[in-house]
Design a protein around this ligand. Structure first.
Ligand code: S3P
Length: 183
């Protein structure tokens, strides 16, 4: 397994929440690329998209990730933005830079998880009910799946029902996986 590690997947997959817990468990650095985008460009991805549109955001987002990859630190867990892998050659870049891990969830579970978050930070989802979220997620996830599926490792979130421990359990699962592959 090569480092750093890039967590990819749809919004609500736990890239940030489980990713941070994972980095803590491993004693590694954690970088949320949406936060890095905010720090570098002075606007959150949500505000940047509202102001300049999605294409402009994608162009900038690409360079944020590639610039950070120049840092001479290997033991990093990166949480990528949900749409990052599906733009231009981004998935190929990720695979060259380190190990990509796709956190795959059932669409129903993503809709439920997202409905419990503050959607103002996700402009495309803002104002949607859980049912509307699912209707939005299904076609977009289908379109994104071929990109996500190119990940080096695919983790199917092993949960039949959702509860507040899911991200912790996912982080522990990822931690064991990474440790077993880096011995
Ligand atoms: C996006 C996901 C967001 C953020 C932006 C666009 C997307 O990141 O990058 O709002 O198109 O899926 P998260 O997946 O961290 O929410």
């Amino acid at each position: 397994m090569t480092f750093p590690i890039y967590l990819i997947g749809y919004m609500g997959a736990g890239k940030t929440t489980a990713g941070k817990l994972l980095a803590d468990k491993l004693g590694w650095h954690f970088v949320d690329l949406d936060n890095a985008f905010h720090e570098i460009h002075g606007l959150t991805p949500a505000d940047y998209i509202r102001t300049y549109g999605i294409e402009a955001f994608r162009r900038k987002e690409k360079y944020v990730l590639e610039d950070l990859a120049e840092l001479p630190i290997e033991k990093v867990i990166y949480a990528t933005g949900g749409g990052y892998p599906c733009w231009e050659d981004n998935m190929e870049c990720l695979k060259e830079l380190g190990t990509s891990i796709y956190l795959r969830w059932k669409p129903e579970h993503l809709a439920k998880r997202l409905s419990l978050t503050d959607l103002t930070e996700r402009p495309v989802l803002q104002g949607k009910t859980e049912e509307e979220l699912l209707a939005f997620i299904l076609p977009q996830l289908e379109a994104r799946e071929p990109f996500y599926a190119q990940a080096d490792i695919i983790i199917d979130a092993p949960f039949e029902t959702l509860d507040e421990n899911n991200d912790e359990q996912l982080a522990e699962y990822l931690c064991q996986l990474i440790k077993s592959r880096t011995k």
